[in-house]
Design a protein around this ligand. Structure first.
Ligand code: 4NP
Length: 145
């Protein structure tokens, strides 16, 4: 799960997909990263921690990290939150086959392209909306995979 800073959207996506995989008894390795490294080592944004906690999930132990090209060897599927993340990730892909394993999350889930909006400069309501967007999309992904 990849966004820009790895402190708002992708930590939520990681927590949600991990929880759904665990509940389904699936031994999936789920991780998240940012295309940018400005927040490396930081906890998720307090608003992401709060909305996750509201829905019974503790994501406070996560630490931000920057996506690295070696992640293409470590993961079968890579989900980008928005078109900008998608472009950046595909640019880092070592091969065209690797680039093809990067998907826009909502497009993979629903079949038509849409972005998970960046809530960073917005209020708590935006984080709540992002949570539900990610929760539904991860439910769809579980069904597909
Ligand atoms: P994220 O949100 O990509 O969902 O983690 C952002 C977090 C930080 C910044 C931008 C987006 N930033 O500019 O520092």
């Amino acid at each position: 799960m990849v966004c820009l800073g790895n402190i708002c959207r992708s930590p939520l996506a990681e927590g949600i997909l991990k929880e759904k995989a665990r509940a389904a008894g699936l031994d999936w390795h789920v991780d998240s990263a940012g295309t940018g490294g400005w927040h490396s080592g930081e906890q998720p944004d307090h608003r992401s921690i709060a909305v996750a906690r509201k829905y019974g999930m503790d994501i406070s132990g996560q630490r931000a990290r920057q996506f690295h090209p070696r992640d293409f060897q470590r993961f079968d599927l890579i989900f980008a939150m928005d078109e900008s993340n998608l472009r950046d990730l595909r640019r880092l892909a070592p091969t065209p086959d690797d680039a093809a394993r990067v998907h826009l999350l909502l497009e993979y889930a629903y079949g038509s392209p849409a972005e998970v909006p960046d809530p960073y400069y917005h209020d708590d309501t935006a984080f709540e909306e992002v949570f539900h967007l990610l929760d539904s999309a991860c439910g769809e992904i579980m069904g597909k995979l």
